[in-house]
Design a protein around this ligand. Structure first.
Ligand code: MG
Length: 365
Protein backbone atom coordinates (compact mmCIF):
# COMPACT_ATOMS: atom_id res chain seq x y z
CA UNK A 1 0.00 0.00 0.00
CA UNK A 2 1.40 3.38 -1.03
CA UNK A 3 0.37 6.97 -0.39
CA UNK A 4 -0.51 8.37 -3.81
CA UNK A 5 -2.03 11.73 -2.99
CA UNK A 6 -2.18 14.25 -0.14
CA UNK A 7 -4.64 17.15 -0.13
CA UNK A 8 -3.95 20.03 2.26
CA UNK A 9 -6.03 23.00 3.32
CA UNK A 10 -5.90 25.98 5.66
CA UNK A 11 -9.07 27.40 7.25
CA UNK A 12 -9.60 30.43 9.44
CA UNK A 13 -12.67 30.12 11.67
CA UNK A 14 -13.99 32.90 13.89
CA UNK A 15 -13.91 31.97 17.59
CA UNK A 16 -17.23 30.65 18.93
CA UNK A 17 -17.12 33.37 21.61
CA UNK A 18 -14.67 35.94 22.97
CA UNK A 19 -11.80 34.03 24.57
CA UNK A 20 -9.18 35.74 26.73
CA UNK A 21 -6.64 34.14 29.06
CA UNK A 22 -3.75 35.51 31.14
CA UNK A 23 -1.45 36.14 28.16
CA UNK A 24 -3.55 36.36 25.00
CA UNK A 25 -6.86 36.56 23.19
CA UNK A 26 -7.83 33.87 20.69
CA UNK A 27 -8.11 35.85 17.44
CA UNK A 28 -9.44 32.96 15.40
CA UNK A 29 -9.02 29.23 15.08
CA UNK A 30 -6.79 28.35 12.16
CA UNK A 31 -7.10 24.73 11.10
CA UNK A 32 -4.50 23.14 8.84
CA UNK A 33 -5.74 19.85 7.41
CA UNK A 34 -4.24 16.93 5.49
CA UNK A 35 -6.12 14.17 3.70
CA UNK A 36 -3.95 11.19 2.77
CA UNK A 37 -5.06 8.86 -0.05
CA UNK A 38 -3.56 5.52 -1.10
CA UNK A 39 -3.35 3.45 -4.28
CA UNK A 40 -5.82 1.03 -2.66
CA UNK A 41 -8.51 3.71 -2.30
CA UNK A 42 -8.02 4.10 1.46
CA UNK A 43 -8.14 7.53 3.05
CA UNK A 44 -7.25 9.26 6.31
CA UNK A 45 -7.92 12.77 7.60
CA UNK A 46 -5.77 14.74 10.04
CA UNK A 47 -5.51 18.30 11.22
CA UNK A 48 -3.77 20.69 13.55
CA UNK A 49 -4.62 24.24 14.60
CA UNK A 50 -3.39 27.59 15.84
CA UNK A 51 -5.16 30.27 17.86
CA UNK A 52 -4.75 32.93 15.22
CA UNK A 53 -1.22 33.10 13.88
CA UNK A 54 1.06 30.77 11.95
CA UNK A 55 -1.58 28.84 10.03
CA UNK A 56 -0.25 29.73 6.60
CA UNK A 57 3.35 29.04 7.69
CA UNK A 58 2.23 25.64 8.97
CA UNK A 59 0.62 24.86 5.63
CA UNK A 60 3.81 25.88 3.79
CA UNK A 61 5.81 23.55 6.09
CA UNK A 62 3.30 20.80 5.40
CA UNK A 63 3.28 21.29 1.64
CA UNK A 64 6.98 21.87 1.02
CA UNK A 65 8.66 19.63 3.62
CA UNK A 66 6.34 17.06 5.20
CA UNK A 67 4.38 15.97 2.11
CA UNK A 68 7.55 15.09 0.08
CA UNK A 69 8.75 12.89 2.98
CA UNK A 70 5.47 10.97 3.06
CA UNK A 71 4.29 10.64 -0.55
CA UNK A 72 4.95 7.12 -1.89
CA UNK A 73 5.33 5.64 1.61
CA UNK A 74 3.31 2.84 3.20
CA UNK A 75 0.87 4.64 5.55
CA UNK A 76 0.75 1.69 7.95
CA UNK A 77 4.37 2.30 9.03
CA UNK A 78 3.49 5.05 11.51
CA UNK A 79 6.51 4.50 13.78
CA UNK A 80 8.95 4.62 10.88
CA UNK A 81 7.23 7.60 9.28
CA UNK A 82 7.20 9.57 12.53
CA UNK A 83 10.95 9.00 12.85
CA UNK A 84 11.40 9.97 9.21
CA UNK A 85 9.54 13.26 9.72
CA UNK A 86 11.33 13.94 13.05
CA UNK A 87 14.84 13.31 11.76
CA UNK A 88 14.08 14.82 8.36
CA UNK A 89 13.08 18.12 9.93
CA UNK A 90 14.69 18.33 13.36
CA UNK A 91 17.36 20.72 12.08
CA UNK A 92 14.66 23.33 11.46
CA UNK A 93 12.57 22.68 14.53
CA UNK A 94 11.82 20.17 17.26
CA UNK A 95 8.94 22.40 18.35
CA UNK A 96 6.43 24.72 16.70
CA UNK A 97 5.43 24.80 13.03
CA UNK A 98 7.43 21.68 12.09
CA UNK A 99 5.66 19.56 14.67
CA UNK A 100 2.24 21.03 13.91
CA UNK A 101 2.62 20.01 10.26
CA UNK A 102 3.94 16.53 11.08
CA UNK A 103 1.13 16.02 13.60
CA UNK A 104 -1.60 16.70 11.02
CA UNK A 105 -0.14 13.98 8.79
CA UNK A 106 0.42 11.55 11.67
CA UNK A 107 -3.24 11.89 12.74
CA UNK A 108 -4.30 11.21 9.14
CA UNK A 109 -2.14 8.06 9.02
CA UNK A 110 -3.68 6.64 12.23
CA UNK A 111 -7.15 7.51 10.96
CA UNK A 112 -6.39 5.69 7.74
CA UNK A 113 -5.08 2.60 9.55
CA UNK A 114 -8.13 2.39 11.83
CA UNK A 115 -10.52 2.94 8.91
CA UNK A 116 -8.81 0.24 6.93
CA UNK A 117 -9.21 -2.10 9.91
CA UNK A 118 -12.90 -1.13 10.11
CA UNK A 119 -12.56 -0.03 13.74
CA UNK A 120 -13.05 3.20 15.65
CA UNK A 121 -9.65 4.57 16.58
CA UNK A 122 -9.97 3.92 20.32
CA UNK A 123 -10.70 0.23 19.71
CA UNK A 124 -7.96 -0.02 17.09
CA UNK A 125 -5.50 1.33 19.70
CA UNK A 126 -6.76 -1.12 22.32
CA UNK A 127 -9.57 0.36 24.37
CA UNK A 128 -9.15 0.99 28.10
CA UNK A 129 -12.78 2.23 28.36
CA UNK A 130 -15.61 3.16 26.01
CA UNK A 131 -16.35 6.65 27.36
CA UNK A 132 -14.48 9.23 29.35
CA UNK A 133 -15.38 11.99 31.82
CA UNK A 134 -15.12 15.54 30.50
CA UNK A 135 -14.32 18.78 32.23
CA UNK A 136 -15.50 22.12 30.91
CA UNK A 137 -13.21 25.10 30.25
CA UNK A 138 -15.68 27.19 28.28
CA UNK A 139 -17.34 28.53 31.43
CA UNK A 140 -14.23 30.18 32.82
CA UNK A 141 -12.42 32.52 30.41
CA UNK A 142 -10.59 35.43 31.97
CA UNK A 143 -12.85 37.99 30.25
CA UNK A 144 -15.92 36.52 31.96
CA UNK A 145 -17.36 38.43 34.86
CA UNK A 146 -17.84 36.52 38.11
CA UNK A 147 -21.61 36.25 37.66
CA UNK A 148 -21.36 34.88 34.13
CA UNK A 149 -18.68 32.40 35.21
CA UNK A 150 -20.65 31.20 38.21
CA UNK A 151 -23.84 30.83 36.16
CA UNK A 152 -22.12 28.82 33.42
CA UNK A 153 -20.15 26.64 35.84
CA UNK A 154 -23.30 25.82 37.76
CA UNK A 155 -25.07 24.97 34.49
CA UNK A 156 -22.24 22.54 33.64
CA UNK A 157 -22.67 20.80 36.97
CA UNK A 158 -26.42 20.59 36.42
CA UNK A 159 -25.74 18.82 33.11
CA UNK A 160 -23.66 16.28 35.03
CA UNK A 161 -20.21 17.56 34.00
CA UNK A 162 -17.85 16.39 36.76
CA UNK A 163 -15.21 19.12 36.45
CA UNK A 164 -14.80 22.79 35.50
CA UNK A 165 -11.71 24.88 34.85
CA UNK A 166 -11.41 28.62 35.16
CA UNK A 167 -8.68 30.95 34.04
CA UNK A 168 -6.57 32.85 36.55
CA UNK A 169 -3.90 35.51 36.05
CA UNK A 170 -5.71 38.73 36.85
CA UNK A 171 -3.37 41.51 37.91
CA UNK A 172 -4.78 41.37 41.45
CA UNK A 173 -4.10 38.19 43.43
CA UNK A 174 -7.17 38.82 45.53
CA UNK A 175 -9.42 39.20 42.50
CA UNK A 176 -8.23 35.81 41.24
CA UNK A 177 -8.90 34.21 44.59
CA UNK A 178 -12.37 35.77 44.82
CA UNK A 179 -13.27 34.45 41.36
CA UNK A 180 -12.12 30.92 42.16
CA UNK A 181 -13.82 31.01 45.54
CA UNK A 182 -17.12 32.11 43.95
CA UNK A 183 -17.01 29.20 41.50
CA UNK A 184 -16.10 26.70 44.23
CA UNK A 185 -19.09 27.90 46.23
CA UNK A 186 -21.39 27.60 43.20
CA UNK A 187 -20.33 24.11 42.08
CA UNK A 188 -20.06 22.54 45.54
CA UNK A 189 -17.34 20.42 47.10
CA UNK A 190 -17.70 17.30 44.97
CA UNK A 191 -16.99 18.86 41.58
CA UNK A 192 -13.39 18.86 40.38
CA UNK A 193 -12.21 22.46 40.06
CA UNK A 194 -9.09 23.36 38.09
CA UNK A 195 -7.40 26.70 37.41
CA UNK A 196 -5.19 27.71 34.49
CA UNK A 197 -2.63 30.55 34.53
CA UNK A 198 -1.47 30.13 30.90
CA UNK A 199 2.27 30.57 31.65
CA UNK A 200 1.71 33.95 33.32
CA UNK A 201 3.91 33.97 36.44
CA UNK A 202 7.43 33.33 37.69
CA UNK A 203 8.07 30.79 40.46
CA UNK A 204 7.91 33.27 43.34
CA UNK A 205 4.63 34.78 42.15
CA UNK A 206 3.16 31.33 41.51
CA UNK A 207 4.05 30.20 45.03
CA UNK A 208 2.31 33.24 46.51
CA UNK A 209 -0.76 32.64 44.32
CA UNK A 210 -0.91 28.92 45.13
CA UNK A 211 -0.72 29.61 48.86
CA UNK A 212 -3.82 31.80 48.59
CA UNK A 213 -5.71 29.08 46.71
CA UNK A 214 -4.71 26.03 48.72
CA UNK A 215 -7.85 25.80 50.86
CA UNK A 216 -10.10 25.51 47.78
CA UNK A 217 -9.29 21.86 47.02
CA UNK A 218 -8.12 22.52 43.46
CA UNK A 219 -7.70 19.44 41.30
CA UNK A 220 -4.81 21.09 39.48
CA UNK A 221 -2.99 24.34 38.81
CA UNK A 222 -2.25 24.50 35.08
CA UNK A 223 0.73 26.18 33.43
CA UNK A 224 1.66 28.50 36.30
CA UNK A 225 5.08 29.28 34.72
CA UNK A 226 6.72 29.52 31.31
CA UNK A 227 6.76 26.19 29.49
CA UNK A 228 10.57 25.98 29.54
CA UNK A 229 10.99 26.66 33.27
CA UNK A 230 11.38 23.08 34.48
CA UNK A 231 13.36 24.13 37.57
CA UNK A 232 10.71 26.68 38.57
CA UNK A 233 7.97 24.05 38.27
CA UNK A 234 10.08 21.64 40.32
CA UNK A 235 10.44 24.22 43.12
CA UNK A 236 6.74 25.04 42.98
CA UNK A 237 5.68 21.38 43.04
CA UNK A 238 7.71 20.83 46.21
CA UNK A 239 6.13 23.77 48.02
CA UNK A 240 2.45 23.62 47.12
CA UNK A 241 -0.17 21.00 47.84
CA UNK A 242 -1.92 21.77 44.52
CA UNK A 243 -1.03 19.26 41.77
CA UNK A 244 0.73 20.87 38.79
CA UNK A 245 -0.53 20.23 35.25
CA UNK A 246 1.15 21.30 32.01
CA UNK A 247 2.10 20.20 28.53
CA UNK A 248 -0.03 22.01 25.95
CA UNK A 249 3.09 24.02 25.01
CA UNK A 250 5.47 21.06 24.86
CA UNK A 251 6.15 19.38 21.55
CA UNK A 252 7.98 16.11 22.17
CA UNK A 253 8.45 13.34 24.73
CA UNK A 254 11.95 14.49 25.69
CA UNK A 255 10.70 17.64 27.40
CA UNK A 256 7.85 15.72 29.07
CA UNK A 257 10.42 13.26 30.42
CA UNK A 258 12.37 16.11 31.98
CA UNK A 259 9.28 17.28 33.88
CA UNK A 260 8.53 13.75 35.08
CA UNK A 261 12.10 12.93 36.09
CA UNK A 262 12.32 16.09 38.22
CA UNK A 263 8.89 15.62 39.77
CA UNK A 264 8.00 19.03 38.32
CA UNK A 265 4.49 18.07 37.15
CA UNK A 266 2.09 15.24 37.96
CA UNK A 267 -0.50 15.70 35.23
CA UNK A 268 0.65 15.92 31.62
CA UNK A 269 -1.47 17.63 28.98
CA UNK A 270 -0.09 16.73 25.54
CA UNK A 271 -1.97 18.19 22.58
CA UNK A 272 -2.29 15.78 19.66
CA UNK A 273 -2.30 18.74 17.26
CA UNK A 274 1.23 19.50 18.45
CA UNK A 275 2.73 16.06 19.10
CA UNK A 276 0.77 13.74 16.76
CA UNK A 277 -0.80 10.45 17.82
CA UNK A 278 2.45 8.42 17.64
CA UNK A 279 4.27 10.72 20.07
CA UNK A 280 1.12 11.31 22.20
CA UNK A 281 0.95 7.59 22.93
CA UNK A 282 4.65 7.53 23.83
CA UNK A 283 4.13 10.45 26.23
CA UNK A 284 1.12 8.74 27.83
CA UNK A 285 3.11 5.51 28.31
CA UNK A 286 6.04 7.49 29.73
CA UNK A 287 3.70 9.18 32.21
CA UNK A 288 2.27 5.79 33.15
CA UNK A 289 5.73 4.53 34.01
CA UNK A 290 6.10 7.48 36.42
CA UNK A 291 2.62 6.79 37.86
CA UNK A 292 1.54 10.17 36.46
CA UNK A 293 -1.68 11.06 34.63
CA UNK A 294 -2.43 12.56 31.25
CA UNK A 295 -5.32 14.89 30.53
CA UNK A 296 -4.99 16.27 27.02
CA UNK A 297 -5.42 19.84 25.80
CA UNK A 298 -8.39 20.78 23.52
CA UNK A 299 -8.90 18.73 20.27
CA UNK A 300 -11.63 16.84 22.13
CA UNK A 301 -12.94 15.04 19.04
CA UNK A 302 -9.59 13.27 18.47
CA UNK A 303 -8.50 13.12 22.11
CA UNK A 304 -11.63 11.20 23.12
CA UNK A 305 -10.16 8.19 21.30
CA UNK A 306 -6.70 8.56 22.84
CA UNK A 307 -8.07 9.03 26.36
CA UNK A 308 -10.31 5.97 25.91
CA UNK A 309 -7.23 3.97 24.88
CA UNK A 310 -5.05 5.16 27.80
CA UNK A 311 -5.47 3.69 31.29
CA UNK A 312 -3.75 6.63 33.03
CA UNK A 313 -5.83 9.33 31.28
CA UNK A 314 -8.25 11.48 33.28
CA UNK A 315 -10.50 13.67 31.14
CA UNK A 316 -11.31 15.13 27.78
CA UNK A 317 -11.36 18.94 27.86
CA UNK A 318 -14.68 20.33 26.66
CA UNK A 319 -14.42 23.50 24.57
CA UNK A 320 -16.80 23.54 21.58
CA UNK A 321 -14.40 25.31 19.24
CA UNK A 322 -15.03 23.15 16.18
CA UNK A 323 -18.50 21.84 16.93
CA UNK A 324 -20.27 24.16 14.47
CA UNK A 325 -18.21 22.90 11.56
CA UNK A 326 -18.39 19.14 12.01
CA UNK A 327 -20.65 16.57 10.39
CA UNK A 328 -20.92 14.74 13.72
CA UNK A 329 -20.29 16.79 16.89
CA UNK A 330 -18.84 14.83 19.80
CA UNK A 331 -21.54 13.16 21.91
CA UNK A 332 -21.46 14.15 25.57
CA UNK A 333 -23.86 12.28 27.86
CA UNK A 334 -24.16 12.67 31.63
CA UNK A 335 -20.70 14.20 31.87
CA UNK A 336 -19.02 11.60 29.64
CA UNK A 337 -17.68 11.99 26.12
CA UNK A 338 -18.59 9.00 23.97
CA UNK A 339 -16.26 8.23 21.06
CA UNK A 340 -18.08 7.46 17.81
CA UNK A 341 -18.19 3.84 16.64
CA UNK A 342 -17.48 4.90 13.04
CA UNK A 343 -14.16 3.58 11.68
CA UNK A 344 -11.20 5.90 12.30
CA UNK A 345 -11.49 8.97 14.53
CA UNK A 346 -14.75 9.85 12.82
CA UNK A 347 -14.05 13.58 12.56
CA UNK A 348 -15.15 15.16 9.29
CA UNK A 349 -15.81 18.78 8.39
CA UNK A 350 -19.18 19.75 6.99
CA UNK A 351 -17.98 21.09 3.64
CA UNK A 352 -20.95 23.43 3.25
CA UNK A 353 -20.19 25.04 6.58
CA UNK A 354 -16.41 25.33 6.24
CA UNK A 355 -15.97 26.31 2.60
CA UNK A 356 -16.48 30.03 3.31
CA UNK A 357 -13.56 29.95 5.78
CA UNK A 358 -11.08 28.13 3.56
CA UNK A 359 -8.04 30.27 2.75
CA UNK A 360 -6.17 27.88 0.51
CA UNK A 361 -6.12 24.28 -0.71
CA UNK A 362 -3.38 22.25 -2.43
CA UNK A 363 -3.15 18.79 -3.91
CA UNK A 364 0.05 16.73 -4.16
CA UNK A 365 0.65 13.45 -5.97
MG1 MG B 1 -4.35 25.61 29.33
Amino acid sequence: MKIRRIDTACYRFPPHRKIVDAIQEVECLEVIAATVRTDTGDEGFGFTYTIGRGGRATKVMLDTEVVPLILGEDPRDTQRLWEKMWWGLHWVGRHGVTLLAASAVDIALWDLKARQAGQPLFRFLGAARDRTPVYNTDCGWLNHGVEEMVREAAACVERGIPGVKIKVGKESRLEDVARVRAVRKAVGEDVKLMVDANLRWNAAEAMARCRLLEDLDLFWMEEPLGADDVLGHEQLSRRTSIPIALGENLFNRHVFREYLARGAAGILQPDVGRVGITEWLRIAALAHSFNASVSPHLMMEVHVHLVCATPNALFVEQVPMLERFLQHPLRIEDGYAVPPERPGHGVAFDEEKVSAYCLETSSWQ
